[in-house]
Design a protein around this ligand. Sequence first.
Ligand SMILES: NC(=O)c1ccc[n+]([C@@H]2O[C@H](COP(=O)([O-])OP(=O)(O)OC[C@H]3O[C@@H](n4cnc5c(N)ncnc54)[C@H](OP(=O)(O)O)[C@@H]3O)[C@@H](O)[C@H]2O)c1
Length: 281
Amino acid sequence: MSWLIAGCGDLGTEVGLRAAAAGHVVHGLRRSAHLLPPAIRPIAGDLGGDLPELPTDVEVVILTAAADRRDVDAYRRAYVDGPGRVLDALADAGVSPRRVLFVGSTAVYGVTDGSWVDETTPTEPATATGAVLVEAERTLWNRRPDAISLRLAGVYGPGRTRLLDQVRQGRAVVPDPPVHTNRIHRDDAAAAIVHLVSAVEKPATCYLGVDDDPAERGEVLRFLAAQLDAPPPPTGPDERSRGGDKRCRNDRLRATGATFTYPTFREGYRALLDGVGARHP
Ligand SMILES: NC(=O)c1ccc[n+]([C@@H]2O[C@H](COP(=O)([O-])OP(=O)(O)OC[C@H]3O[C@@H](n4cnc5c(N)ncnc54)[C@H](OP(=O)(O)O)[C@@H]3O)[C@@H](O)[C@H]2O)c1
C-alpha cells in the first residue's frame, strides 16, 4: 500500500520524507518531478490536464498543490479541479483510498475583529480566492464526506524568510491598529498531516493547522528584530496588515495527540536563524 502526494512541493516533500521514514511507499506527483528526493517515487504530471497512470495500491492521498498565482482561476485549477482529477483518476483505476487529506487555508474565515476562530466558526471568506477555498472543500466533501481539510495558517520555515527579510531590510512596520497573526512551522504542518492520516482512528473532517500562539504582528516583528540585533520596527499604518484579524485555535488538532516541535514563533524562528532544516525544491 502506498501514499500519493499530489502537488508535492515544499510541504508535500516534507510529508513524503516523514512517511517514507516511517516505512511507507510514497509517490510524489508534480510537473517537475525530477526535483523530488530519492525517498519519494516521482510521478511527472500536470493536475491541470490528463494525469498519467497512478499507482493502484494508493491508500492515502494528500492534496498539496499550490496555486501558481493569487487569482480565482488559478485557485480553482489548483484547489477544485486538480483534486477532482486525482480522485477521478484513482476511481478510474478502481482505487478507493482509505484517507484523503486536503491542505486548505485559514483564509476561509473572514473574521476581522481579532476574535477567536475554530472549526465551528462559519466560513465567510473576505476574498474571492478565499471563496474558492471554501468551494474546494465543499466539492471534495460532496465526493468524499470523510476527507480531511487541514486549514493551515501562514506557513513559515526553511527558505520562507519573508518576515525576517522585512525586519533585516528595515521594511517592517508594527501595525497600528494592531492585528493578530497566525502561523505554523512547515515541519509541524507536515507532522500534523502524517499524524492525522496515519495515527488518528476517526479523524474529523476539518482541523485548523496553527501553532499555539496567535500573536500580534508587532510582537513577532519586535522579537525578530531583537534576534537579529536590528532596530525595533517603527509603528504605523501598514498595508500588509489590512484585511483579516483573527486568532485561530488549535485545540481540536491538539486533542488528537498532535505535537509541535515549534509551539510558537519564538522556537520556530530561533531554529530558522540557527539554520535548522532545508527548503525542499
Ligand atoms: N504558504 C502558506 O502560507 C500556506 C498557507 C496555507 C495553506 N498553504 C497550502 O499548503 C500547500 C502546500 O504549499 P507549499 O508551500 O508546499 O507550496 P509549494 O512548495 O509551491 O508546492 C506546491 C507544489 O504544487 C505543484 N503544482 C502546482 N501546480 C501543479 C500542477 N498543475 N500539477 C502538478 N503539480 C502542481 C508544484 O510543483 P511543480 O511546479 O513541479 O508542478 C509545487 O511544487 C498548498 O496547498 C498551499 O495552498 C500554504
